[in-house]
Design a binder for this molecule. Structure first.
Ligand code: AMP
Length: 269
């Protein structure tokens, strides 16, 4: 596996390049994307870059888990061909461009984390320009992020085929996340209630319960278990709330548990 630090080193001859952008602290969710990219394209490039512009002022940029050596060996075992781990200066230099996706980025994560999706869209556009992938792989765990990137690729005519992959979970149902290391053992056990509640709400809606009732029941269950519910909603791919199930649609949720923010979602239809 090649380890690359600068833009000048990024040159490939492969017909297809399958790209997985990440912020490191790898877990099985990241590795599943890498294996898929390798299998489907034959040449997998991963970026490992903790992007400062997508973190808010009071967020966890400084303490975000970083362990390059561990990540490099995990990526190598997953069959990754090259890993791009640049410095912030290499990516941003004296940048004056910000990519802003409107509409789909406005609510939910966008409302709670102002500027977050500008940072995400800008860095993904930069990484697409640097890596020049034919295919790019993202996790549906970050459902709104997927919709933001989809909109950006469509609107800017970026010639990349997107692949959005289902969430990899712990045996308890908890969605894997680099930030799960912030959870105490007790909080980690309680955190699985989030996915269980999403599934319950999905099942209730499937058996004819009105969406609004299922959302109320779910929010109440989470709050009673000591979670601060930031949102619990049913949305279409434009990230607008829906009252009737349309296909495709999704239940999305964000909570805080013992100071740790968790997000998750499930398909409704
Ligand atoms: P991150 O390093 O958190 O920025 O994530 C890098 C990529 O991995 C993003 O496309 C995420 O959506 C994806 N990802 C993170 N967690 C999971 C998971 N549990 N299952 C599948 N994909 C994931």
């Amino acid at each position: 596996m090649r380890i690359l630090r600068t833009a000048a080193e990024l040159n490939w001859t492969a017909d297809k390049v399958g790209f997985v952008p990440t912020m490191g602290a790898f877990h099985e969710g990241h590795l599943a994307l890498m294996r898929k990219a390798k299998k489907e394209t034959g040449f997998c490039v991963v970026s490992l870059f903790v992007n400062p512009t997508q973190f808010g002022k009071n967020e966890d940029f400084d303490k975000y888990p970083r362990n390059e050596d561990r990540d490099f060996s995990m990526a190598e075992s997953a069959g990754v061909d090259a890993i791009f781990a640049p410095s912030t200066a290499e990516v941003y230099r004296d940048s004056s461009t910000v990519v802003q996706v409107r509409g789909v980025a406005d609510l939910w994560e966008g409302a709670l984390r102002p500027g977050h999706f500008d940072g995400v869209a800008t860095v993904v556009a930069k990484l697409f320009g640097l890596v020049r992938p034919t295919d790019a792989y993202f996790g549906l765990k970050d459902y709104q992020q997927c919709q933001v990137i989809r909109a950006m690729v469509r609107d800017l005519f970026i010639p990349v085929q997107l692949h959005l992959e289902e969430t990899v979970r712990e045996p308890t149902g908890l969605a894997m996340s680099s930030r799960n290391v912030y959870l105490s053992e007790d909080a980690r056990a309680r955190a699985s209630l989030l996915s269980k509640t999403l599934q319950l709400a999905r099942d209730q809606i499937a058996t004819g319960e009105p969406i609004s009732t299922a959302l109320q029941i779910g929010s109440k269950m989470l709050a009673e278990a000591g979670m601060e519910v930031q949102y619990f909603a049913a949305v279409n791919p434009a990230m607008q709330p829906i009252e009737q199930v349309t296909s495709p649609s999704r239940l999305i949720a964000a909570v805080r548990l013992d100071g740790v923010r968790l997000i998750d979602n499930v398909a409704l239809a």
